[in-house]
Design a protein around this ligand. Sequence first.
Ligand SMILES: [Zn+2]
Length: 248
Amino acid sequence: MANSAGKFGPYPASASAASPAPARGANTARLPVRQQTGAELIRSRIALRVRLAVLAPGERLPDTGVIAEELGMSEMTVRRALETMCQDGLLDRRRGRVGGTFIASNWDEIAAAFRDEEQAASLEDFHLLLECGLVARSADELPPNWDSGLLAVVDEMNAADDHAELLRLETCFHLGLAEALGNGMAGEQVADLLGRLCLLAAVPAPGLLQERNKHHADLLAALELGRLDAAVGAVKAHQVGRGVGVGV
Ligand SMILES: [Zn+2]
């Protein structure tokens, strides 16, 4: 179909007679989810590592060359991204013999200043879309024991009461799900989304995280039984319940 804005016009082709006007509702006003720049990717991957407790507040970052290689970026891009994060207060640069670039010791406090509800809602919606797709695609094609790691995360979450640990496990579950169902295609995408959400989304309260863990268990049980409708239902119930955040 011809796009009135030309070959490189915006998508969707606006005001096309073939597309009905969007219904009014919360989901129609979302910002589009765009690709991250190199600097944004570095920022979100660092945020994800802090959430996963791979990097702790106050800990020294690896050298820029190591980060560059790991993320497939140029060292220049990494240096610029780290510089911006230093200016934002998320990282600390120290000179001298024991110098280097460190995760800010008050990371959580600084990170809270970058919350953006609207952007977070768009990313959450996109995450929902990906998870529903992954669940549907994998129905009846799951290898034996595909969920053993995920069941362990659900159990650990049931036993945990520390807030940081609950947040870590919550993120682990969704990364693990993308790895388990995505045939190596969705892990990176979901890591990108979750990394961005570490900075943009409000932090759910511990009670809410524990409560939402039942959706994880429901999802795994439904997939194991090959019940696609119930599995998609659990993914959607989990996102609906993402609800109210707390400060930090
Ligand atoms: Zn979850």
